[in-house]
Design a protein around this ligand. Structure first.
Ligand code: SF4
Length: 168
């Protein structure tokens, strides 16, 4: 028979294990090396020595099968969208998406163009967005840290705490 104190102990144990798993997952987010246009240069800048995303546990991977973070860096064209979704499908779960720059968030300068996707949140769940054109590389680091904090707190599923994806 499971006593009340045994139940409390197992709850404490499992909540601690769960917290550790979330902490480990947050602190080892591996972004996919995938850039779509000029914002990708800012993403590369964030990975380089000055900001050095490696120190936050973000090691860029060239295979989607080893990545759990997609940074949509640049304009998503309608021609590129199926490839992007294909890469996303191959990524590890749980997986996260950051929309980087006005173009990725809502089409930016090209929002009126018939060849550009201006509603990426209709295709992918956006966990964080980095505003600006071009967005500052520091802001990408900030978004990653914010996402890590939400994963540890288990609040990343709460859409009310996400920044509005469609305000550039
Ligand atoms: S937001 Fe600006 S910098 Fe980024 S892809 Fe669009 S035009 Fe280029």
């Amino acid at each position: 028979m499971v006593t009340k104190s045994m139940k409390i102990k197992s709850d404490i144990l499992f909540s601690t294990v769960d917290l550790m798993a979330r902490w480990a997952s947050a602190k080892s987010m591996w972004p996919l090396s995938c850039g779509l246009s000029c914002c990708a240069i800012e993403m590369m800048h964030a990975a380089a020595s000055r900001i050095d995303l490696d120190r936050f546990g973000c090691l860029f991977r060239s295979s989607p099968k080893q990545a759990d973070l997609m940074i949509i860096a640049g304009t998503v064209t309608k021609k590129m969208l199926p490839q992007l979704l294909n890469l996303y499908d191959q990524m590890l779960s749980p997986k996260y998406v950051i929309a980087m720059g006005s173009c990725a968030i809502c089409g930016g300068l090209y929002a009126e163009s018939e060849s550009v996707v201006s509603n990426i949140q209709d295709f992918l769940r956006i966990d964080a967005s980095v505003k600006g054109c071009p967005p500052a590389p520091e802001k990408l680091a900030e978004a990653i840290l914010l996402l890590q904090k939400r994963i540890i707190e288990n609040s990343h599923n709460d859409q009310s705490t996400s920044s509005s994806p469609c305000s550039p």
